[in-house]
Design a protein around this ligand. Structure first.
Ligand code: MN
Length: 245
């Protein structure tokens, strides 16, 4: 494991990041062949975090998510989290070299903010696909949703209600909670607040204004309705199978 990766994982405040990465990187002693694909190109062999390319064209999600929003969101916003995360880790390295930890609390906060932002966006892009390919949950994902939420429609209603009421900037998140072995729907404020430790995000919707304001202005609910038309349910199912096995 690289020094950078180790620092990131040690940053306990990077709650979403650490809990999400653990099952995917071999940290828990699991092979990471399948898991590596779920975070393709979000980190390089040297342990530096990288901006993964979108798995489709900027306009692929039109008209539900517009190309200009995708371009700004991916190229500018997500890239900012990647740079901020790497910079925070570099700052920790410098602190160790100098034996000066006066700014370490701020660096830990930055690693949590940018690290959780990077990871959630890496999931978010792969969670979507053009509307004609979206379909509905199938197989073990459908069965688990029905077990934990009664029905797919009850789940989507709860997911929408949860995401729509995040205070300020944040995310709606469907996650696997491994202690109770059940699916849970969470809110995240900013990227990193209000996580449940250990819960692994499977389906995430970005409800920061940068994710929808150009096209939807203050109509967050309408944006979420249309997000649900471009969900890549196969990707969500793959993530569930990876964490349950
Ligand atoms: Mn975002």
């Amino acid at each position: 494991m690289s020094a950078n990766r180790r620092d990131f994982i040690k940053t306990g405040a990077a709650a979403v990041g650490a809990s999400l990465l653990a099952p995917y990187t071999g940290l828990a002693g699991t092979p990471d062949h399948d898991q590596a694909r779920l975070f393709a190109l979000a980190v390089n062999d040297a342990g530096e975090y990288t901006l993964p390319p979108l798995p489709y064209a900027y306009e692929a999600l039109e008209p539900h998510i517009d190309a200009q929003t995708m371009r700004l969101h991916h190229d500018i916003h997500h890239n900012g989290y990647v740079k901020g995360l790497n910079a925070a880790l570099k700052g920790m390295e410098t602190a160790r070299t100098n034996g000066d930890y006066a700014l370490i609390d701020r660096l830990a906060q930055k690693a949590a903010f940018h690290g959780s932002g990077h990871i959630l966006h890496a999931v978010f892009w792969q969670n979507m696909i053009s509307a004609d390919k979206s379909g509905t949950p199938k197989g073990s994902l459908k069965r688990q949703i029905e077990k934990d939420f009664r029905s797919v429609s009850a789940f989507t209603a709860q997911f929408k209600g949860t995401a729509a009421t995040v205070e300020g900037s944040g995310w709606g998140i469907l996650a696997w909670e491994p202690l109770g072995r059940r699916l849970v729907v969470l809110q995240a404020e900013k990227h990193q607040n209000l996580t449940q430790w250990g819960a692994v995000p499977l389906l995430v919707v970005d409800v920061w204004e940068h994710a929808y304001y150009l096209k939807y202005q203050n109509k967050r609910g309408e944006y979420i309705d249309n997000f649900l038309r471009v969900v890549n349910w196969d990707d969500v199912a793959n993530r569930l199978e990876a964490v349950m096995s």
